[in-house]
Design a protein around this ligand. Structure first.
Ligand SMILES: Nc1nc2c(c(=O)[nH]1)N[C@H]1C(S)=C(S)[C@@H](COP(=O)(O)OP(=O)(O)OC[C@H]3O[C@@H](n4cnc5c(=O)[nH]c(N)nc54)[C@H](O)[C@@H]3O)O[C@H]1N2
Ligand SMILES: Nc1nc2c(c(=O)[nH]1)N[C@H]1C(S)=C(S)[C@@H](COP(=O)(O)OP(=O)(O)OC[C@H]3O[C@@H](n4cnc5c(=O)[nH]c(N)nc54)[C@H](O)[C@@H]3O)O[C@H]1N2
Ligand code: SF4
Ligand SMILES: [Mo]
Length: 688
């Protein structure tokens, strides 16, 4: 059997896999064991079964246009012509208006495809309204860490976690969501490391923390600033902080200290619901640690205070000098297999590739020159973000939207609001499967999957690795980069016609300083890939950032962060806190994992986690169907009675179309990062 090496398409760990081919079909997946592999020769259950969705009969294989209300198969020529005419018409009817059209790019697609999509938005639609799911995920990280350190990425590498002597994990269910990174935590524990887990729920790691003499804290959702300020209060009071590191490498310490001194451990305990003694013990463990690694994910970012939460993680690690050294750092685990890359390549409304700001004239001039366009026609303001795109569509301001590889009808907050907006616009959706979003589209375009595409993905540790075309695009589908080029040409711009992704990568190398040295030739000559920044072709890449306290922005900046409550707290009508997130067996909106027979057989339907206390109080038994209501809507779903959640808290994974969590969630966002508060809203449970 032929086997082709490529990169797993689910989470951001970047595991290397072989896809096995028989009679033109991909029939099996095996981990790479004979070469470099961030997964250490192992895979998680999603990785083992990643081939299962590729040939699923639901794959989109022909372009479709909505005619008299139904989607009808058409030729590529007809679809492309129809799209170009409609988008051009919107531009002609709204001359000079740079907020009538927008694009959603995709963390499921390659670096090259994301580069092409943002270039399309900026050259053809002439707008900076291009964004993607990072907005819903780690936009708080990008904003918060850039403000603190000058660079918004995971500071250290996956391997280093195994060598930390204290690991502080907060808001990351690492063993379920990044299982092969979770493996490094186990290795560290077996070498004597201490684990602190702060999560409102009890997760697999919580048990490890208690088993290995660490600390588990179940804070009230949305109280992380109070918790971390409380810990830092202890660290300062007990003189456990790194004065030398702060004096030499940081700024604004006094203002920060003044704020932190207000949050005594007593006060923090009162706000968070965590016992004072635990806060003090956790602070001492971190303060006395030699190499402390801080790991976080959505539990920190998905709040209206997401940026504040992220800045607090930075404060904590700078305070103890746990930066710029092996085994330390602030380590946001990036979720999608290429969300780091989609951000790096400029699929964001405020930056070109390499985080070059769109509001800076010299950056616009540089891009205009490379792209062969008139700089004066470029959008010089920050564009709309994911949630703003929906709001503007609802208000009839945005009139056309081109979505590649995103499913906002399942993944955005407050789906009823999303539906209202998407129904109003001329909508083009390019996906590999039908989704609730394609159901609203005027045109549906069939894309090739990761197994049918050459290109690169960038993993959570800033590592750029190749993906390889194993089979030709299924049916009549085409590569995402190719489709975008065809639409651009039909709209009068030839600068997006490429013959192969390697041509796109060499353009990326030319205009993106952090990716300059990561060429197609070099990637083919190594099996480890390269970690950015990699400024030239002789550079080996960068294992950890901010080495020796030399922060990307110069000095590390301490921020004074007062605690703020989430936007919607429980009350008499909606007495419970609803939190949403994920589980091991499914992936996001389920388009892929629910079409994987193995994964779907294991967990075939959605559920709401409810505590035994609340279940008894309401006489709800495990497995019973209940109604969950919020101010936005209601769903019917199976109750799962479990002590993973505490009294007053319920949790719903957002993978299931029949019981979509996002009918309930609130469309309230962080003022800076514009990330929605997926982790806290008020809800109630009713018996059917
Ligand atoms: N199996 C699987 N793996 C995945 C994904 C998937 O869908 N399925 N998705 C990928 C993607 S894109 C992402 S972004 C990552 C996300 O990975 P994670 O962030 O690990 O996943 P979540 O379930 O969203 O949330 C993590 C934890 O945050 C906790 N939490 C909730 N509220 C709070 C709070 O107020 N404070 C704190 N500190 N914690 C809180 C939750 O209880 C939960 O345990 O996973 C990636 N990996
Ligand atoms: N309630 C709640 N909602 C959340 C979250 C939460 O924790 N709670 N988490 C948020 C987070 S962190 C994230 S990252 C988002 C994810 O939000 P989305 O990105 O909208 O979710 P996905 O299911 O990953 O959607 C990816 C789409 O791309 C398609 N696709 C896969 N491969 C390809 C390809 O090669 N080409 C093309 N064109 N399409 C492809 C898939 O079929 C799917 O429809 O969800 C967010 N929504
Ligand atoms: S840990 Fe992530 S990258 Fe590795 S096999 Fe599992 S889903 Fe794929
Ligand atoms: Mo994500």
């Amino acid at each position: 059997m032929e086997k082709v090496k490529t990169t797993c398409v689910y989470c951001g760990t970047g595991c290397q896999i072989y896809l096995k081919v028989q009679d033109g079909k991909i029939v099996d997946t095996k981990p790479v064991r004979d070469g470099f592999n961030p997964g250490l020769g192992k895979l998680c259950i999603k990785g083992w079964n990643v081939h299962e969705f590729i040939h699923h009969p639901d794959r989109l294989t022909e372009p479709m246009i909505r005619k008299n209300g139904t989607l009808v198969e058409v030729s590529w020529d007809e679809a492309i012509k129809y799209i170009a005419e409609n988008f051009k018409k919107i531009m002609e009817e709204n001359p000079g208006n740079k907020r009538v059209l927008g694009c959603l790019s995709s963390a499921k697609c390659t670096n090259e495809e994301n580069y092409v999509m943002q270039k399309f938005a900026r050259t053809v639609f002439k707008t900076n309204t291009v964004d993607h799911c990072a907005r819903l995920c780690h936009s708080s990280t990008v904003a918060g860490l850039a403000a603190a350190f000058g660079s918004g990425a995971m500071t250290n590498s996956i391997d280093e976690i195994a060598d930390a002597d204290v690991i502080f994990i907060t808001g990351s269910n690492t063993n379920e969501q990044h299982p092969l990174i979770g493996k490094r935590i186990l290795t560290a524990l077996s070498k004597g490391a201490k684990l602190i887990v702060a999560d409102p729920r009890t997760i697999p790691l919580s048990e490890l923390a208690t088993d290995y003499d660490g600390i588990e804290m179940n804070q009230r959702p949305g109280t992380d600033v109070a918790l971390m300020n409380g810990m830092m209060n202890v660290i300062i009071n007990e003189n456990l902080y790194d004065k030398e590191f702060i004096d030499n490498h940081c700024e604004n310490f006094e203002e920060f200290k003044e704020e932190v001194m207000k949050m005594t451990p007593e006060k923090a305990a009162e706000i968070t619901g965590v016992k004072k003694e635990k806060i003090i013990d956790a602070a001492r463990l971190i303060g006395n640690g030699k190499a402390v690694s801080l790991i976080y994910s959505m539990g920190i970012t998905q709040h209206t205070t997401g940026v504040d939460n992220v800045k607090s993680t930075a404060n904590l690690q700078m305070l103890c000098g746990n930066m710029g050294k092996w085994g330390t750092g602030v380590n946001p685990l990036r979720g999608q297999q290429n969300v780091q890359g989609a951000c790096d390549l400029g699929a964001l409304s405020n930056v070109f590739s390499g985080y070059q700001k769109v509001i800076e004239a010299d950056k616009r001039e540089k891009m205009a020159k490379e792209w062969g366009i008139d700089v004066n026609e470029m959008d010089d303001k920050v564009g709309l973000t994911v949630t703003e795109i929906i709001n503007e569509a609802c208000d009839d301001n945005l009139k056309g939207l081109y979505i590649m590889g995103e499913n906002p009808m399942m993944s955005d907050p407050d789906i009823n609001h999303v539906r209202k907006g998407l129904k109003k616009v001329f909508l083009v959706v390019q996906d590999i499967f039908p989704t609730p979003t394609t159901e609203l589209a005027d045109v549906v375009l069939p894309a090739a999957s990761f197994a049918e595409t050459d290109g690169t993905f960038t993993s959570t540790e800033r590592r750029i690795q190749l993906i390889r075309q194993v089979i030709p695009p299924v049916g009549n589908s085409k590569h995402d980069w190719e489709i975008i080029g065809l639409i651009a040409k039909a709209m009068g711009y030839d600068g997006l016609l490429y013959s192969h992704p390697k041509e796109i990568l060499s353009e990326i190398n030319r205009v993106t300083p952090i990716y300059c040295g990561i060429t197609w030739e070099r990637l083919n000559a190594t099996d480890t890939g390269f970690q950015w920044p990699c400024p030239d072709e002789n550079h080996p890449g960068t294992i950890f950032l901010h080495k020796d306290g030399k922060f990307s922005r110069g000095k590390g900046h301490f921020h004074a962060i007062p605690f703020k409550e989430p936007v919607e707290l429980p009350d008499a009508d909606y007495p419970m806190i609803l939190s949403t997130g994920r589980m091991l067996w499914h992936y996001h909106t389920g388009t892929m994992s629910r079409r994987s027979a193995t994964l779907n057989a294991r967990v075939p339907e959605g559920y709401v986690e409810i505590s035994p206390d609340d279940a008894v109080k309401m006489s709800i038994v495990d497995g019973q169907k209940v109604k969950v209501k919020s101010r936005r809507g209601e769903i019917t779903i199976k109750a799962k009675v479990t002590d993973r959640v505490k009294k007053g808290l319920i949790f719903i994974p957002f993978h299931f179309e029949e019981a979509p969590a996002n009918i309930l969630t609130i469309n309230a966002v962080d003022p800076v990062a514009k990330i929605p508060e997926y982790k806290v809203c008020a809800a109630r449970i009713e018996k059917l």
